[in-house]
Design a protein around this ligand. Structure first.
Ligand code: ATP
Length: 209
């Protein structure tokens, strides 16, 4: 089996210490690089996201110094919305024989049955699930589509399993951070360089300096 491809998709609006901590823990547990994949137009979210160029710049600042993390702008280059199924088809075509692992928070797993063509996902990838507080469990259909397995099993086949990765909870979200920034409370959950970029660019209602 060739090495696993591990993708961590999200809006990253903005990227925070929770994202970084879990991405590093995934890289350690799966013993491979984790690629963070910002989406162009988040299809599941009602609000419009901050400019992709800013979210990408913040991600690049956040992962600097962490060689086990990478960022891909692939979804930002696409003209259509960021449907995960299309991204996975692309990665699968590039890596036909590798385990393809989609990293997903428990909150997002609980909504997976609402994703575009979600039934196709198990033919394309495994799921590595991150603990998140107050997350609803997956629906029975999603749980059946992705049977639960030990983490090590993800390296032994290309797709179709779900492993819950044991790790600390990081109770922070981009929503909370945006709310704090709008009230000029500078969150400790932001990497220092990301906070500096937000101030420099005057994002999230923070006055530009
Ligand atoms: P928002 O508050 O805007 O919805 P978010 O903080 O949940 O944003 P996203 O960019 O939507 O961040 O998240 C990308 C992925 O990371 C999702 O699968 C999400 O469940 C997961 N994730 C985000 N924050 C955490 C966290 N603190 N711990 C574990 N997983 C997380």
């Amino acid at each position: 089996m060739t090495p696993a491809q591990v993708l961590f998709g999200g809006t990253f609006d903005p990227v925070h210490q929770g994202h970084l901590a879990v991405a590093l823990a995934v890289a350690e547990q799966l013993a491979t690089t984790v690629t963070l994949l910002p989406n162009a137009q988040p299809p599941h979210k009602a609000r419009s996201a901050t400019l992709a160029s800013h979210r990408l710049a913040m991600l690049k600042l956040a992962i600097a110094g962490h060689p086990q993390l990478a960022v891909s702008d692939w979804e930002l280059q696409q003209e259509s919305p960021s449907w995960t199924v299309n991204t996975l088809k692309h990665w699968r075509s590039q890596f036909p024989h590798s385990p393809l692992i989609w990293v997903i928070g428990e909150d997002s797993l609980g909504e997976l049955h609402l994703w575009y063509h979600w039934q196709e996902l198990a033919k394309l990838c495994h799921l590595a699930v991150l603990p998140r507080s107050e997350a609803a469990p997956p629906t029975a259909d999603v749980a059946a589509l992705f049977p639960q397995a030990p983490v090590a099993k993800l390296h032994q086949s290309t797709n179709g399993l779900r492993a819950h990765l044991p790790m600390d909870l990081h109770p922070v979200s981009s929503t909370q951070i945006r709310q704090q920034l709008a009230q000029h409370h500078y969150s400790e959950a932001l990497p220092t360089k990301v906070m500096a970029y937000i101030k420099e660019q005057g994002l999230y209602g923070v006055p530009a300096t």
